[in-house]
Design a protein around this ligand. Sequence first.
Ligand SMILES: Nc1ncnc2c1ncn2[C@@H]1O[C@H](COP(=O)(O)OP(=O)(O)OP(=O)(O)O)[C@@H](O)[C@H]1O
Length: 265
Amino acid sequence: MNGLTLAGVTAGYRHRPVLRGLTCGPIPSGCVTALVGPNAAGKSTLLRAIAGLVHAQGSIRFGDRELIGMPARERAHHLAFMPQALPQDTGLSVIEALLGAWRAMPDGMLRGSEAALLNRVGEVLDRLRLGHLGMAPLQSLSGGQRQMVALAQAIIRDPPLLLLDEPTSALDLRRQLEVMGLLGELAREGRTVIVVLHDLSLAARWADCLLVMNQGAAHSFGPSETVLTPEMLDEVYGVEARIEPCSRGGRTLLIDGVSERAMPG
Ligand SMILES: Nc1ncnc2c1ncn2[C@@H]1O[C@H](COP(=O)(O)OP(=O)(O)OP(=O)(O)O)[C@@H](O)[C@H]1O
C-alpha cells in the first residue's frame, strides 16, 4: 500500500515554526486528495516538507519507507513536486524544459536512450494537449500555458507520489476540468496525488479525499462528502456556504457570504 502517513510532523522556516505536530493519514494511493485551507495555513510548507525542501521532524512514511532523512537522490525516485512558482523566463523551448526537468534528476534515473526520452516527452505533451507548443520558447507562453508546462515537468518521470501546489490557479475553466480529470486518471493508475486547491467547488467535484489545514495543523481529513460541510467552512474559512449536488454527479459549493465568526488576522 503506497499511502502517505504523517505523524507529528513539525516544520518551518528560521524563527517561524509552521507545521505543529501535524498527524494525518494514511492518505491513500489511487485517490486524488485535495489539500485545502486558508492562506498561510501551511499547505505549501507541508508539500515542501514531504518533498524534503524544508527541514522536518516527526515521521512522513510513504508506503513502507520513511521519507524524513532519506537522501534527496533516493527521495526523487518516489515523488515529484510542482511548486506554485511558474517556470522562469528562459530561452528554453518547452521540449528542452521537459528534458531539463528529467536531466536534473539523480543519475540513476537517467535510464533509456535519447530517443526513448524524446518519446516520453511527446507522450506527456500529448496527454496535456501541449503538443503544438513543443518548440515554443517558455518566455513566449501565457501564464496558463506555463503552468501546464510546470505540470508536465512534474509528471514526466512518473513517480508514485505527486505533490502539486495550486496547479490550476492560472488555468481557464476547461483546462481546470481537464487537469483535474487527468489527475484522477493518474491516481486510478495507482499513484498518490496530493493537490493544493483554493477552489473548493473544484475540490468537491474532483477530489476523492480532502485534507483541511488550519494554522499549521490538520483540521480534518477524509472523503470529500464527509469533510466538506457548512460547519467546516464556517469554522475554518469564516464563510456561510451551501453544498449542492451538481448536474453530472459530485457536489458544488455555493457561498452566501462571510459568517459572523471572528477570524484570526
Ligand atoms: N520561505 C519562507 N520563509 C519564511 N516564512 C515562510 C516562507 N514561506 C512561507 N512562510 C510562512 O509560513 C506560513 C505558511 O505559509 P504557506 O505558504 O505554507 O501557506 P499556504 O497555506 O500554502 O498559504 P497560501 O494559501 O497563501 O498559498 C506563512 O505564515 C508564511 O508567511
